[in-house]
Design a protein. Structure first.
Length: 383
């Protein structure tokens, strides 16, 4: 009898425990910046310089595939999918590099960086833009590439790559500013960083140089505004000046309209978001793979005027963006004012081992602040 009772009691306790365990909310996985981030197969996520698209209940994380020994593109653009931002399924190379034609724009061995994908509600296509450097040409091409797909997981069809907005001057330039270009003689400004050179860059010395062939386009971001208009934001003019260019209705080409931000400010890695009608942009300086101090700007309109703010990072290594470089600001779906700052901790000696920083953006009197956290969970946004 006693034996039976013990058996029955343990059965009952087991059942109670099971009920409690099943009705308890699923435990949220911590987000630990700088650590190895395994995908569903247990392999460290390989999607660097990335961005995230939320579409019909799923997040899609696109980024550069990096290999063991080189940062050149040997595979292409990777995609990972997730319902909860912590469990990621590898969807493979959604824009693979071209293996059998070394003259192709995206031939294996090219430099294909910072891919971003946006969804066009009118055409129902997924549009990817990326920074492209042609195989064997170092970083001299400075082109933007574009590809489209019917599904978020691809396959993406490569359309073309080129410099940007050939023959166009900035949309906000006055007649005087346009006329002043004629007075700029490149031979007078061979030495960089002098006050005269600064003034000439401000007036568009390099805009003029690249007018015919199109503006340089390196580190980049895409941003879709509330009215459906999309913008390409990129480091231009030898990485000295950011440009913000409007895309056409189907998002696959530029309209010719663009503005410049912080001439000679040396900004890279732009990451934009909009909160309460204000546009925010976090950028880095230009020190290659080595981290530097983040910068932050805000504007009442995407076309400016942009005002610079102090570095938003706080905590250990705040003066070098916690060892990382910005890549994207991810708005969390279904939550108001919930934004995740995404950055890359590069490992140029072993690129595949580069790590990710994801941190919640806090607001102090409306101004973004990013505190370092070793570990945090998404319910941080519910507090
Ligand atoms: C960084 C840039 C990266 C990559 C790297 C190459 O400044 O943000 O995307 O281009 O330089 O050195």
């Amino acid at each position: 009898m006693k034996k039976h009772c013990i058996y029955l009691c343990s059965l009952l306790a087991g059942a109670l425990w099971l009920t409690a365990a099943c009705s308890a909310p699923a435990e949220l996985k911590p987000i630990c910046s700088g650590e190895i981030w395994p995908d569903a197969d247990g392999t460290h996520i390989n999607a660097h310089g990335g961005g995230v698209l939320y579409h019909e209940g799923t997040y899609y994380w696109y980024g550069e595939h990096k290999s063991d020994s080189t940062s050149k593109a040997l595979v292409g653009v990777m995609c990972y999918s997730s319902k909860n931002l912590t469990d990621w399924q590898n969807e493979g190379a959604v824009l693979p590099v071209v293996e059998n034609d070394t003259t192709h724009d995206i031939a294996k061995g090219c430099v294909l960086e910072r891919p971003k994908v946006i969804y066009n509600k009118q055409t129902r296509k997924f549009v990817m833009w990326f920074h492209l450097e042609l195989r064997g040409k170092g970083y001299s091409a400075a082109r933007a590439g574009v590809a489209v797909a019917d599904q978020p997981t691809g396959p993406f069809r490569f359309l073309r790559s080129s410099r940007v907005n050939a023959g166009q001057l900035p949309a906000d330039w006055s007649a005087e500013q346009r006329a002043a270009l004629d007075t700029l003689n490149a031979d007078h400004y061979k030495k960089w960083w002098t006050p005269e050179w600064h003034d000439a860059i401000d007036k568009g010395l390099l805009v003029k140089r690249d007018l015919e062939g199109g503006q340089m386009a390196r580190d980049m971001q895409l941003f879709v505004d509330d009215n459906g208009k999309a913008y390409h934001i990129y480091s231009s003019e030898e990485n000295l000046t950011l440009q913000i260019a409007e895309l056409n209705d189907d998002y696959t080409a530029h309209t010719g309209r663009y503005v410049r931000v912080a001439p000679a400010g040396h900004n890279e890695a732009p990451a934009l978001f909009k909160k309460d009608g204000v546009y925010w942009m976090i950028t880095s300086g230009c020190t290659g793979w080595a981290p530097n101090e983040a910068r932050m700007f805000s504007a009442p309109s995407i076309e400016g005027p942009w005002t610079q703010h102090p570095n938003p990072c706080r905590g250990p290594k705040q003066e070098i963006t916690f060892g990382g470089q910005s890549t994207y600001v991810l708005p969390v779906a279904g939550k108001e004012n919930a934004f995740i700052f995404m950055a890359d901790i590069w490992r140029p000696e072993h690129p595949i081992d580069a790590r990710y920083i994801w941190l919640p953006i806090e607001f102090e009197e409306g101004v973004p602040v990013i505190n370092w956290r070793d570990s945090w969970t998404l319910d941080w946004f519910d507090k």
